[in-house]
Each structure stands twice: as C-alpha cells, then as structure tokens.
Design a protein around this ligand. Structure first.
Ligand code: NAP
Length: 437
C-alpha cells in the first residue's frame, strides 16, 4: 500500500488536548508492514495505553524487506526497505544481462514482482557496480556453495538457477577508493571466508593506507586493515581458499560510463569504466574522472548503487531529488497528522537497528503531538472499520493477519520437506487461493 518505510495519518489537525480519559482512543494507520512500520507501531502501543494501530500492506504477506530484501543466508539481520533503485543513467543500462540489485535481490528472495526475472547466469564473469553491503550480499549469493544456500529460505527457482550458474568470477567496482567503501567488516569477513572462493585484491591499491587510517574511527580502521591483510595474503594461504574454483575482487576508482553491447547488440559484454582520482580525503572525497577509461569484460552486470523510495500519493509531499518525504523528526512538512519513518524518512541507508531507533523517534513525535494536543482525537474514528467497507464496496477482499498465518504455516510446511526454514510462495494468486479468497 505504500513505499518502503511507512506513512500514516493519526487524527486531523487541531488544538484540542487529548488528556481526558473519556476521550476516544487514538486510531493510528501505518502504511507499509516493513520493519519501520512494525517498530513504529510497537513503540506507540507500548507507550500509549489507548492507541489502536492498523497496519496496511499492498502484498498478501507482511514484513516488507525483512522478507524480501535481506539475503537468505542472513536470517539474523532481516531488515531494510524502499521500492525502487537509483539508476546509473549511462548508455546500455537497459541491455539484457544488466540487472538492478533490487530486482536481483527481490528475485532470490521471492518478491512477486521479480519472480520472473530469470537472470542469465551463463557467463563466467559478473560485475557488480557499487561497494555497499547489498553488493557484497549479491556477490556472496552468486558464489556461495549450494549446500549453504539450500538450508536458507532462498526460493527453489533461484536455487535451481544458481545450480546451473557458470559465474565463477565476481568483480565489485566502486567509483572511490578503499577508504570510502560503504560495506561493513562483518560482511567483508564473511566474503573473505566464503568456502571455495579466493579474494583477489591488488596490494598496490592499499599502498600507504595503513598510515592514512591510523587516526580514522575504529570501524573504518579495522575494515581497511582487513582489506590490506587480505590483499597481502598469498594464494592458498587460507585453508578455505585452497584450490578455490571461484574468485571475487574489489576494483577501485572506476566509475561506470557505458554498458557495452555484444557485436549483435543483443546483450551486455562488458562495461567501460572511467578511471577516477580522488579530490579531498576521507568519507567526503569526490571521484573525478581522469579522462582515462578501461573496458571490463563481463556477461552479467548488477547495478548496486542504492535503493530509492517512491512517492506514496500526490497528496503527500515528496522530495524527488533525495527520494524522501520532507520531514522534521518524522513529522511530514506541511501535513499535520502525517508522519513518516524508515528509508522514506531518511534515505536508503542503515541496518535494522538504525531503522528501529529511527522508528521509535517517529513514534515519539506522534506521542508528543498527542500529549501536546496537536492532534485532534476528540472524535471517534473507525479506523479499519471504514477502510474495510470501502474495500468491500470495491470488491476487494483484504488478507488479514490470521490469513497470513495460514500462508506462513503452508510455507513452513513446504520448507520442512526440503530442510529449509520455509519455501516461499512467490505467486500472489496462489497465496489467495490458499486462504480461500
Ligand atoms: P550503500 O551502502 O549506500 O552503497 C551504495 C554504493 O553505491 C556505494 O559504494 C556508492 O559509492 C555507490 N554508488 C552510488 N551512486 C553511484 C553512482 N552513480 N555511480 C557509481 N557508484 C555509485 O547502499 P546499499 O549497498 O544498497 O545498502 C543500503 C543500506 O542497507 C546500507 O546502509 C547497508 O549497510 C544496508 N545493508 C546492510 C546489510 C547487512 O547488515 N548485512 C546488508 C545489505 C544492506 P559512493 O560511496 O561513492 O557514493
């Protein structure tokens, strides 16, 4: 029903105080059932005795990108959301063989809209554009031994496609340097230790960085030290990498300029990268093209340069530049009673804990506004009662939480047979049939 993150209207604007115990219970509508929606609802319910919260979701299954975004082999961090991706804006971006990370992640996680992506994995070299955690997630899924993936809730059809994959080399290219990578140490370490794969890092990329990073914040320092240590390792030095059939590596200071077509123009055969130099230092260093270019041969290109939220409704303000709803502490600017949380509030960065804290902040704004009399809750509102009758009048049968529990049980039962936590149903029609709709 809404973009990544959540949006809801809690009563109309007004100045009457909500204090009297005779006042009706405030009805809060949360749009979007991802982590931002659930954490906000949780905080409201915990800190307001009377609040009633309805959560709406456009899909028949809840949890947003907890279900559809996080890598299947990372069940402990299931997080993050937004419905679109940034585009590269370069020639060839739409050639067959080029996929957005969002679509690729949605495909292996069973997001209905991406279930037919059917990515072509018949080439040996894949290039991932971007140095974030999503880029590492994808590299890991492409190179993981099947036995590891089989035990996760990855969809059966993507598992079958990965079983036939010819991809054995994955490059991750970033436009800036090792000191500006956006991924984090846990995810990098996991990649380095992936059985049967060999990291290929060029020691020359790290010259002098040990010194440069001496006074950097600890996470950046440790991350850089791990890259340096890995770059200096000799092939086969790490037991898990001995006789590795697959490789992955980081390429720095390369900005994508054009996706190159095969001679018949039918698909991607590589990417022309503009070499860059860094202007400034640290996190804010800028990548400036040097004028030199390099062609990188690859049959699969995955653009992992960040997610993007989409506007919810023409009536809701939206900053298209930044891909967020303009807000102050979650209060949507110019729309009293409307609040936002999650990636649509602050942009597509951060892990589950960031979204949790951010959602609690938004819920806190709602609570302050209720207590300060900024929201008119003097009139009883029907909440889902009203929405439900509109939906019925349009012939729409909503899926309730107990309906979801039936879908959940069916998925878990199907997964059990295959030794997986669940086998996701990827066809919404099948979900609806299962609950008798
Ligand atoms: P991200 O962390 O923002 O990384 C995006 C990458 O794309 C950066 O390397 C960025 O480089 C690059 N980029 C952006 N625009 C570009 C352009 N026009 N051309 C070339 N490169 C470009 O985004 P993400 O990987 O999508 O992750 C989103 C959030 O989810 C992050 O906070 C991430 O940590 C989190 N996440 C966490 C986990 C986990 O906890 N395991 C897993 C997945 C995602 P610049 O720095 O130069 O802009």
């Amino acid at each position: 029903m809404g973009p990544g993150g959540a949006c809801w209207r809690g009563g109309g604007a007004g100045a009457r105080r909500w204090l009297s115990s005779r006042a009706p219970a405030p009805r809060v509508c949360v749009v979007g059932s991802g982590p931002a929606g659930f954490y906000t609802a949780q905080h409201l319910l915990k800190h307001h005795d009377l609040a009633q919260v309805d959560i709406y979701e456009k899909l028949p299954v809840p949890f947003g990108l907890v279900r559809f975004g996080v890598a299947p082999d990372h069940p402990e961090v299931k997080s993050y959301g937004a419905e679109d991706n940034r585009i590269l804006g370069i020639p060839g971006e739409n050639l067959p063989g080029v996929y957005s990370a969002r679509a690729f992640v949605g495909w292996y996680n069973g997001l209905p809209e991406n279930r037919d992506l059917n990515p072509d994995l018949s080439c040996e070299t894949a290039l991932i554009l971007g140095h974030g955690n999503v880029a590492l997630d994808i590299a890991r899924i492409l190179l993981s031994p099947l036995d590891l993936l089989r035990k996760t809730d990855i969809t059966d059809c993507s598992l079958a496609a990965l079983a036939c994959s010819k991809v054995k080399r994955v490059w991750l290219a970033g436009r800036r340097g090792p000191l500006q990578v956006a991924f984090t140490i846990k995810e990098l370490r996991e990649m380095i230790n992936l059985p049967g794969t060999q990291p290929v890092l060029n020691p020359a990329d790290f010259t002098g960085l040990e010194n440069a990073v001496k006074d950097a914040p600890r996470p950046r320092k440790r991350l850089t030290e791990l890259m340096i240590k890995t770059a200096l390792q000799k092939p086969g030095e790490v037991a898990a990498q001995a006789a590795a059939a697959r490789q992955w590596g980081l390429k720095f200071q390369r900005s994508p300029q054009e996706v190159l077509p095969t001679a018949d123009g039918r698909r991607a055969r590589g990417v022309r990268m503009a070499l860059t130099r860094l202007e400034g230092s640290g996190e804010s260093a800028k990548a400036i093209p040097t004028g030199d270019v390099e062609e990188l041969e690859c049959g699969l290109v995955l653009s992992s340069i960040g997610y993007r939220s989409l506007p919810l409704d023409p009536a809701v303000p939206f900053d298209t530049q930044r891909g967020i709803i303009p807000n102050s502490m979650g209060r949507v600017e110019g729309a009293p009673g409307l609040y936002c949380s999650g990636w649509v509030k602050r942009g597509p960065t951060g892990v589950i804990i960031t979204t949790m804290n951010d959602s609690f902040d938004t819920a806190q704004s709602v609570l302050e506004d209720l207590r300060g009399g900024m929201l008119d809750v003097s009139v009883s509102r029907e909440g889902f009662g009203a929405v439900g009758s509109i939906l019925r009048s349009r012939g729409v049968r909503p899926v309730s939480f107990s309906d979801w529990e039936k879908i959940d049980a069916a998925e878990v039962a199907r997964g059990k047979a295959a030794g997986k936590p669940r086998e996701k149903i990827v066809d919404p029609q099948e979900m609806l049939q299962l609950i008798g709709h």
